[in-house]
Structure formats: C-alpha cells, structure tokens
Ligand binder design. Sequence first.
Ligand code: M6R
Length: 366
Amino acid sequence: EKGGYDHFMLKEIYEQPSVIRDTYRGRLLANEGIIKLGGLEEYIPKFINADRIIIVACGTSWHAGLVAEYIFEDWARIPVEVEYASEFRYRNPIITEKDVVIAISQSGETADTLAAIKLAKEKGAFVYGICNVVGSTISRETHSGTYTHAGPEIGVASTKAFTTQITVLTMIALKLAQIKGTISKSNYMMHLRELEQIPNHVEEALKSNDKIKEIAEVFKDASNFLYLGRGYNFPVALEGALKLKEISYIHAEGYPAAEMKHGPIALIDENMPVVVIAINSNHYDKVVSNIQEIKSRKGVIIAVVTKGDTVVREMADYIMEVPNTPETLTPLVTTIPLQLLSYHIAVMLNRNVDQPRNLAKSVTVE
Ligand code: M6R
C-alpha cells in the first residue's frame, strides 16, 4: 500500500501535486474568477464582520495557521491571532460572539484542539474547522468547515496535510478579500491562476530529489540545524525544523531570519548547518544580508532559492531550487525540499521514518 515507495512519508510527499489539485477541484474556477467553498458560503458575513480571527491548532497544523495569519491579514485585512490550542484553552482567553475561531487539524482528533473548540463555543464564538479526516470529532464539533482532500496520511510526520491546509486557507482568504474588496480584481485573478499552477510547481520542486539526497548525505551526522525564513516563509522554517527533529532526532530550531542576531547567531560556527529560505520576495535583500552574516562566521548555508537565482547561489554552500510563484503562495513550494531533506537524513540514519519514537499520529491525550 506504499505504492512502490519505501515509506508512507515519501509516498505522501509525492502525492502532493495530486492532493493539492483534489483540494481545490470544483472549488476554484480560475478562468471564471470563482472560489466556492460549500461550508463557507453562508457564513461569509460572520468572517467579514468578525472583530478578529483566532486560529487554534497544534504542531504542523499550527504552522499552517501561522502562514494563514500572514495571508489573511495581507489580503482580507482581518486581524488574526494564532494560538497553540494547549495554551489557549488554559489561559482564560478573551473570546466573544464577534470572534471567529478557525481550528486546523489533520486528524480531527487532537485533544487540545478539541478542548479549545469547546471553550470557544461556550463563549459564543463561531467555530470553523479545517480537517482532513472526514467525520472526525473536530469536524463534527465545529459549526462549519472545509475538508482538505489530502486522503489518508499515515506517516506520523505531516506532509500533504500541511500543504492542503494552506491551500484551503489561501482559498478562504482570497474569497473574503474579494468580497470585502481588499484585493484588486487583477491581483485576485492572478492568484487564482497561480494557485492552479501550484501542483505543477510542486511536481517541479520534487525533481530536485536526487540533489537533495546528496545534500542529506553531507549533513546527516550534524547534531544541530538552524532553519531561517522571513515573512510567509518564517512558518516554513519552523515546519522544516520540526520535520527534521521528529523523524531524524537531530536537534533543529526554526527562527525568523532577523531574530538571529538577537541570540542564535552565537551558535554559528563551521559545524552549524543553516537552512535559509531565500526565494524571490520582498525580503530577498534582507535575507541575503542574513546569509552574509552567517558566512562571515563560517556557518554552512543550505539555501532554498528560486529557480534562476544567481546571487544566493554564489554565497551558499548548497542550494535547493524551487519554481517561481507569487510570494504569498511560496510556502506551498518551499516546504517541499525541506520535507525531502529531513526524509533522506532520517532514512540514512536508519530511523523509523513513518513511526518515530515517542510519537503518535493523533495526540488524543493532552
Ligand atoms: O491531527 P492534527 O493536525 O491536529 O495534529 C497536530 C500535531 O500533532 C501534528 O501536526 C504533529 O505535530 C505532526 N507529527 C507533525 O509532523
């Protein structure tokens, strides 16, 4: 049932072009300029009139929530807060009927996320679920929601659930922005078309697999990794680090690149591989100077760059290329090489990739 792949995780990484397509199929009509999400339609006024959106989730789903924070605020101009469900539920949060809570969960069974939903409902908030498992507890406990169509995710390390969650969140943000008029018609249309191209771009990004395997070979014995990104790709850095630690047991930390000089830069030496997401974006020049800071301290750079990049290519020790796409959509492609990098390192270290020690696929106890 692994479809010829050595592990479920690898199969699920390679399924991403098709499941991202499944997730927007029938919901995104790029030529007509239409986004139609069944669970959303009748609740659009709730979103538009909300004082704020609070996103609750755990782990990788929380990272998808962070990406959504940037997208929602940028396009739909609705204030967004992203909370670990476990913190939210125990800190006597301020929630009112004017809040919309979005709960993100692959399994739909995560205990802390479920408890956060119950609390939000008690306080009168409208709760929207983004789940993968159809009929799961969270999908039933939320007022409405949208399913990701990722299909069963067996590997404990979440991969295709993450990219399909971002796909759904991007569609919701685009829809709200269009109705609110906070996005221009041309920008809206352009992003619809570009979203439709994402499966092709992911396909392209997957072609770097052999090269990424070579990079994994070089770094498999490192004992620490740092992952840096800015803007939309800051959460991708967190996700890259989580993926590496959970399946390879190598310590890794993700940081917003600019925070490096507030502490982590002290860790940089010739033994510290630093994975930097340095794709075409508004932050490109800033990321380039972060790379310079690392290089001048003998750090080793593995950079995720946009195809055709020349500047970072010169500076970095190793590069992993991804196709060009509008900045807002970049997390959907930059995630791919980071998944592959952690996968190959874990395999080389003989780890139990699909079922890492101490971890369960769904965390149904707090
Ligand atoms: O099923 P959920 O999305 O609610 O699960 C949340 C986390 O437990 C999950 O994302 C976990 O962090 C993954 N193992 C990460 O790969």
